[in-house]
Design a protein around this ligand. Structure first.
Ligand SMILES: CC(C)(COP(=O)(O)OP(=O)(O)OC[C@H]1O[C@@H](n2cnc3c(N)ncnc32)[C@H](O)[C@@H]1OP(=O)(O)O)[C@@H](O)C(=O)NCCC(=O)NCCS
Length: 240
């Protein structure tokens, strides 16, 4: 089986749980104590995932300007995107971050797996609620990235973030990401939303550059071990 086929199989298993009321979770451990849980958003919003589209829309609207497309999200349009784009795609997996009592407070995703499946994007990162432990997003993301490195075989993670999004840039640096390059952006105001488009470097000049993004990258070896210990892969499993 190719590496990409293997990644697709693991993601498909997580997105199609046998029991919608017992979706497997990745326990996030700090000094042997579970401080958070990471639960996949499955292919259908049944059982425990019933409220996911509502939460995603609510949280996206809280942080509209942190992303490169400034849409106003609604539960219905989010559910429709999940159904039509996310559900059938076994190279895209979103995770809800929960307190140990299973109260959701954020999400993030792995997607854009490249050719040999050893490179992928880490993104759609949001803390939606100020509950959960301080640093909870950092430890949960560190644990998920370690899982992706050890179980999916990802060797390098990449992402793009507005240069002036200080909280997010600090968050990614805590995880071990470093700035690989600065990407010029053009602001496009469409009637229904504002988009920020990348400009090829040789076309960028003072007249058409309206902002910058950082492309940040981390190899599996560069990931910071926060809470979870490197090398002890038995810690990185989804369990019911
Ligand atoms: C990016 C984002 C998810 C980070 O969330 P966060 O709540 O800042 O992250 P954490 O849960 O890790 O908490 C961070 C705080 O805990 C602290 N912390 C982090 N790791 C810690 C640890 N292991 N132990 C103790 N404290 C820790 C940090 O220093 C930080 O403290 P501060 O707020 O006083 O500086 C959040 O800022 C967000 O949702 N932003 C809007 C959306 C966005 O920009 N997304 C990215 C688009 S590319």
């Amino acid at each position: 089986m190719s590496a990409l086929a293997q990644v697709r199989r693991i993601i498909a298993d997580l997105k199609h749980p046998a029991d919608w009321n017992r979706i497997p979770r990745l326990p996030v451990l700090v000094r042997q104590e579970v401080v958070a849980l990471v639960r996949p958003i499955p292919s259908q919003l049944n059982g425990e995932a019933d409220g996911d589209a509502r939460l995603m829309a609510e949280w996206r609207n809280l942080h509209k300007r942190s992303f490169f497309t400034w849409i106003t999200a609604a539960e219905l349009s989010t559910a429709s995107w999940l159904d039509q784009n996310y559900s059938p795609n076994d190279e895209d997996i979103l995770f809800i971050v929960e307190t140990p009592a299973r109260v959701p407070f954020g999400h993030f995703a792995l997607y854009n797996f490249r050719a040999a499946a050893d490179v992928c994007e880490f993104g759609r990162v949001i803390r939606g609620r100020s509950i959960g432990p301080k640093g909870g997003m950092t430890v949960a993301a560190a644990c998920l990235l370690q899982w992706a490195a050890s179980r999916l075989g990802v060797r390098r993670f990449f992402l793009e973030v507005f240069q002036d999004n200080a909280n997010a840039v600090a968050f990614y640096k805590r995880l071990g990401f470093v700035v690989a390059k600065r990407v010029p952006l053009r602001r496009v105001d469409d009637p229904d939303c504002t988009r920020w488009e990348k400009i090829p470097e040789d076309e960028a000049d003072a007249g058409n550059v309206h902002g910058y993004a950082f492309r940040m990258e981390a190899t599996a070896e560069q990931l910071h071990s926060i809470g979870c210990r490197h090398g002890d892969t038995s810690l990185f499993d989804f369990v019911c």
